[in-house]
Ligand binder design. Structure first.
Ligand code: FAD
Ligand code: NAD
Length: 467
């Protein structure tokens, strides 16, 4: 078969690229080695983790906040098997949706491992057996990422696990030891802390979510401490050992003391590396970076080989589904001869804990580093009527604006529904709004979004109304 475009990998990068190529009239093929489409995100990432986060949040509220709301419930119990079953159903429905979209857009799909024979020929080791070769004028590599392993600490998939196993537990851990206080650790740690597990986070850096604005790290740590999560920051993990049902994790404290933790499960969540195994990159002369194993691309997301592009987790930048999706659309449009654009600075980042954490643009630490003069305005949710009504008063919104022009440079939020609220900040920044613009726009009352307006007013001229 001869195609205009062959896409390898069906995650949010690959399937979006395939749909956009088809929309642009390009004859397109999509190859996926797993039995379902959707990649990490739909199968073992974004969607299943959010399903468990929502279920565990309901349980937590039933056992911790319902009584204050005046709702008495008796004998609330966790049915983990049902929780996982519902999560699996959500995944099945979502991945089936991609199968439907491929048919609707007339994208030819192949189930099997794709590898380069030469720059225009992709060999598929078909899942059903046998081999097939297809050719394409262009190829998009969208093969994603896999969890990073620590060289001195082997995961066994049973007691020392990655996020994939943590999404399919058969029991609530008694004590879950988390290595890594990043996004995966804190989201999945929240799930099991809410369900009653003791959770200890061992983090190498001196703050959790260390790449986000430090205000968010501090506030999130305070909120998660309230649900019982313990933190060992600036701790260097040195090893882990499994004996029967017990896992012993050792670490060095900042003072150089040896710390020993005993638990029944240990989740390793120290980042992800690009996935290019079995792709045959050596056959076409594409090399990967030593650190992170990422494929190098130019401004058009084209690799060192003409006509071969790469997108999503397998290339530089944030490992986020919506970043991969933007790149999928971008590359399809480049191939079709258009001139698309992505503003990487305005890709929002969200952590789906409760309170939710969301951010876009520069952090205060980054602005200090560049020496740019900026103003800060913040507004705490405890001053929001809507937040008091829903008993979600933890957190704040912080707006960073240019000291001279008032243009918004960064927005950092932690609080109720911030994952959705950040969209307003992204739109504002795409249109290069000033803090005063946001302060002068009507926001419905009572909503959580008023807190963004108030923080913008605070940044404009210290003129927030409700604090
Ligand atoms: P992937 O989704 O990894 O897809 C790559 C696909 O390529 C896979 O299906 C793989 O099987 C296939 N493949 C690989 N090699 C071959 C080959 N040779 N032949 C055929 N097929 C191949 N991001 C967010 O934005 N929001 C979230 O809430 C979020 N939550 C997450 C939660 C967890 C637990 C994890 C692990 C990740 C989460 N992420 C989240 C990150 C997100 O999943 C990734 O950024 C995203 O999936 C990357 O998309 P991709 O298309 O680049 O690759
Ligand atoms: P991460 O980069 O978010 O966090 C890893 C953490 O582990 C960091 O805080 C790091 O300092 C720490 N760490 C590294 N080595 C360590 C060691 N030896 N000992 C202790 N701590 C160590 O990575 P992750 O949580 O594994 O997530 C992987 C990727 O998946 C992220 O890039 C993220 O973008 C993506 N993801 C996104 C979402 C979301 O958007 N809500 C959710 C889950 C995952």
């Amino acid at each position: 078969m001869q195609y205009d475009v062959i896409v390898i990998g069906s995650g949010p990068g690959g399937y979006v690229a395939a749909i956009r190529c088809a929309q642009l009239g390009l004859k397109t093929a999509l190859i996926e080695k797993y039995s379902t489409f959707g990649g990490t995100c739909l199968n073992v990432g974004c969607i299943p983790s959010k399903a468990l986060l929502d279920s565990s949040e309901h349980y937590y509220n039933a056992t911790h906040t319902f009584a204050e709301h005046g709702i008495d419930v008796k004998e609330v119990k966790v049915n983990l098997a049902q929780m996982i079953k519902r999560k699996n159903e959500v995944v099945e429905q979502t991945t089936a949706g991609i199968t439907f979209l491929m048919k609707k857009n007339k994208v030819d799909t192949y189930q099997g491992l794709g590898s380069f024979k030469d720059k225009n020929t992709v060999k598929i080791a078909l899942t059903k057996g046998g081999e097939q070769e297809i050719t394409g004028k262009n190829v998009i590599i969208a093969t994603g990422s896999k969890p990073t392993a620590l060289p001195f600490l082997k995961t066994d998939g049973k007691r020392i696990i990655t996020s994939t196993e943590a999404l399919n537990m058969t029991e609530v851990p008694k004590h879950l030891i988390l290595i890594g206080g990043g996004v995966i650790g804190l989201e999945l740690g929240s799930v099991y802390a809410r369900l009653g597990a003791e959770v200890t986070v061992v983090e190498y850096a001196d703050a959790i979510i260390p790449t986000m604005d430090r205000t968010l790290s501090k506030e999130l740590q305070k909120s998660l401490t309230k649900i019982g999560v313990k933190f060992l920051l600036s701790h260097k993990v040195t090893g882990a050992e499994v004996k029967g049902k017990k896992v012993t994790v050792t670490a060095d404290s900042p003072k150089g003391e040896k710390v020993v933790l005993e638990g029944d499960y240990c989740l390793v969540a120290v980042g992800r590396v690009a996935y290019t195994d079995g792709l045959g990159l050596e056959n076409i002369g594409i090399t990967v970076e030593e650190r992170g194993r990422k494929i190098t691309v130019d401004g058009h997301l084209e690799t060192s080989v003409k006509g071969i592009y790469a997108i999503g987790d397998v290339i530089k930048g944030a490992m986020l589904a919506h970043k991969a999706e933007e790149e999928g659309t971008f590359v399809a449009e480049v191939i079709a001869g258009q001139k698309p654009h992505i503003n990487y600075n305005l890709i929002p980042g969200v952590v789906y804990t409760w309170p939710e954490v969301a951010a876009v643009g520069y952090t205060e630490e980054q602005l200090k580093e560049t020496g740019k003069k900026y103003k800060v305005g913040s507004f705490p949710f405890k001053a929001s009527g809507r937040a008091r009504a829903s008993m979600d008063t933890d957190g704040l919104v912080k707006v960073l604006a240019d000291a001279d022009t008032d243009e918004i440079l960064g927005v950092h939020m932690i609080g109720p529904r911030c994952a959705d609220m950040i969209a307003e900040a992204v739109v504002a920044m795409e249109f290069r709004a000033s803090a005063e613009d946001i302060g002068r726009i009507s926001h419905a009352h009572p909503t959580f979004t008023e807190s963004f307006k108030e923080a913008a007013l605070a940044a404009t001229a210290n003129r927030a109304i409700h604090i």
